[in-house]
Design a protein around this ligand. Structure first.
Ligand SMILES: NC(=O)c1ccc[n+]([C@@H]2O[C@H](COP(=O)([O-])OP(=O)(O)OC[C@H]3O[C@@H](n4cnc5c(N)ncnc54)[C@H](O)[C@@H]3O)[C@@H](O)[C@H]2O)c1
Length: 341
């Protein structure tokens, strides 16, 4: 089958490209490289550098790739930063998505697999279930919620199949170690590789379930291609919710072979971040029952695998936005304003 993977040079998208190629599909990976790396893309895929926020470029991409199925991973996926870069969030999420979907519908797309996010549940009581309403609490979540809704409406009228996946807190090999704005596991590991203390926002009791890429990728690719997922939404990820403090302990344990924090590397506590939801984790019954999803990797095992990989590739200099935030001011975390990470 001809498959287009947007965001195919990114963390999750590049793993999807690998799996699709292993299954014998003809894969085009498209990416603007604002958050991805060409080195992530399997050479057996065709790679197209393309900014989907550019309407003409997205239409050209769809015309040349002529996909039967699209896996849409492309995003400015920085939830916490989206309050300070809302224009980037709109362009790279909502606009880029519609620029891809609209010409694809016109060319008789068979199926859209939209990668959304747990953020659409907002601050409801976890564990989040797919039957709960979309109640976004921040700009990124509002974009993802709109992308989901647009998919449902356009499918109802134009008749293409779709499925929506809501992964959460995914980590693992190829995650962007240089991103100082998102992905706490990668930020912690990169800070320690650079010999710097980690920063924890608030009291560190925020709870999340960190999900290993080796668990989430197969269910999203195989489930996305399966008719069983048509017209449905699936949470995917780990069910093992932990606090940031507990996550820091696991990373310390793996990094320092069970020893304590070395002197000077003890975590530094910072003020909480605006609009950060305190507890966010999901139930996965739908993915388990319909798609046979199983989590098999413990947090400890997943962190071990990621630390091994990160030590191989080495530390990265944090890549702050070249032109700073769209809206700066005193509400942005000091770690970003003062580039402390
Ligand atoms: N990693 C997680 O924990 C997580 C959790 C929930 C949802 N998601 C979603 O999964 C998807 C993949 O996330 P990821 O963690 O791999 O992030 P990522 O940043 O590694 O991948 C996203 C890719 O999209 C590309 N991109 C951004 N804007 C683009 C544009 N306008 N045109 C073309 N390419 C563009 C980036 O260059 C990047 O390579 C995203 O949609 C994200 O919102 C991720």
């Amino acid at each position: 089958m001809r498959v287009l993977v947007t965001g195919g040079a990114g963390f999750m998208g590049s793993h999807a490209v690998d799996r699709l190629l292993d299954q014998g599909h003809e894969v085009t990976a498209a990416d603007s490289l604002i958050g991805g790396f060409v080195e992530n893309v399997n050479p057996a895929a065709e790679f197209v550098e393309c900014d989907l926020a550019d309407r003409e470029a997205a239409a050209d991409l769809v015309a040349s790739a002529a996909p039967e199925v699209i896996f849409h991973f492309a995003a400015d996926a920085t939830e916490g930063r989206s309050q300070f870069t809302p224009l980037s969030s709109m362009d790279n999420n909502m606009v880029g998505y519609l620029n891809t979907l609209v010409p694809a519908i016109d060319r008789r797309l068979s199926k859209m697999v939209l990668v959304s996010s747990m953020s659409v549940y907002g601050a409801q009581q976890p564990p989040f279930r797919e039957t709960m309403p979309r109640l976004p609490e921040d700009v990124y979540a509002a974009m993802k919620a709109s992308m989901e809704a647009a998919t449902e409406h356009l499918s109802a009228v134009h008749g293409f199949d779709y499925s929506i996946f809501r992964p959460h807190n995914v980590y693992g090999e190829r995650q962007n170690l240089a991103d100082p704005y998102r992905n706490v596991v990668a930020i912690f590991i990169n800070s320690l590789l650079r010999g710097r203390a980690i920063h924890i926002y608030g009291d560190g009791e925020q709870r999340r379930a960190y999900s290993y890429i080796g668990d989430t990728n197969p269910v999203m690719v195989d489930g996305g291609l399966s008719d069983r997922s048509n017209g449905r939404i699936f949470n995917v990820g780990s069910s093992e919710d932990v606090s940031i403090n507990q996550l820091a302990d696991v990373v310390r344990d793996v990094f320092f072979d069970g020893g304590p924090w070395p002197a000077g590397l003890e975590p530094k506590y910072m003020p909480g971040r605006p609009l950060e939801v305190k507890k966010a984790f999901c139930a996965h019954d739908a993915a388990e029952q319909v798609l046979g999803f199983r989590n098999t990797t413990t947090l400890r095992k997943g962190v071990e695998a990621m630390v091994r990989w990160a030590r191989e590739v080495g530390p990265r200099e944090p890549a702050y936005l070249p032109n700073s935030l769209e809206i700066g001011g005193e509400h942005a975390p000091a770690t970003w304003r003062e580039q402390l990470i």
